[in-house]
Design a protein around this ligand. Structure first.
Ligand SMILES: *[C@@H]1O[C@H](CO)[C@@H](O)[C@H](O)[C@H]1NC(C)=O
Ligand SMILES: *[C@@H]1O[C@H](CO)[C@@H](O)[C@H](O)[C@H]1NC(C)=O
Length: 126
């Protein structure tokens, strides 16, 4: 009885190990660390200026291809290398290039505030 339990435990442990190996391959060790976007008003004219800061919260892996929900953000407001408007509600940060672990990437725009949120991204774990 005792050894049967021990065997079950062993099996369970090795499954966990295996699962965590798979996770690392797919970059899921960053799954708790979604990139975030914060906006701060830095200009108080008309229109106001906002500084948008996209942060890679994962301390382990670079993140690439961050797409934002960006409403009808206008390409005329920002250099497309910083933020490329693909279509309605779909913008790409930093031309899709990597943000290092814990890197913050920022761009400014002068317009009434757009509500923006990261929509999709990929972590590049070893
Ligand atoms: C989107 O663009 C349209 C047409 O240019 C404009 O009327 C509307 O106010 C914009 N919406 C937002 C949320 O900025
Ligand atoms: C955005 O504006 C802030 C405040 O004026 C400035 O410190 C910062 O350098 C600007 N960032 C960019 C990317 O232009």
């Amino acid at each position: 009885m005792q050894s049967h339990k021990a065997f079950k435990l062993l099996l369970w442990c090795s499954c966990l190990t295996f699962a965590s190996l798979l996770d690392q391959g797919k970059g899921e060790k960053c799954s708790k660390y979604s990139p975030t976007l914060q906006q701060t008003q830095v200009g108080f004219g008309s229109p106001p200026t906002f500084m948008a800061r996209v942060h890679n919260n994962c301390p382990m892996c670079p993140v690439i291809n961050i797409h934002l929900k960006c409403g009808n953000f206008s390409q005329a407001l920002v250099n497309p290398r910083l933020l490329k408007v693909i279509s309605y509600n779909n913008c790409v940060v930093n031309s899709g290039f990597p943000l290092s672990p814990l890197q913050t990437f920022s761009f400014n725009y002068s317009h009434p505030k757009y509500v923006m949120q990261p929509a999709t991204w990929s972590f590049q774990c070893e």
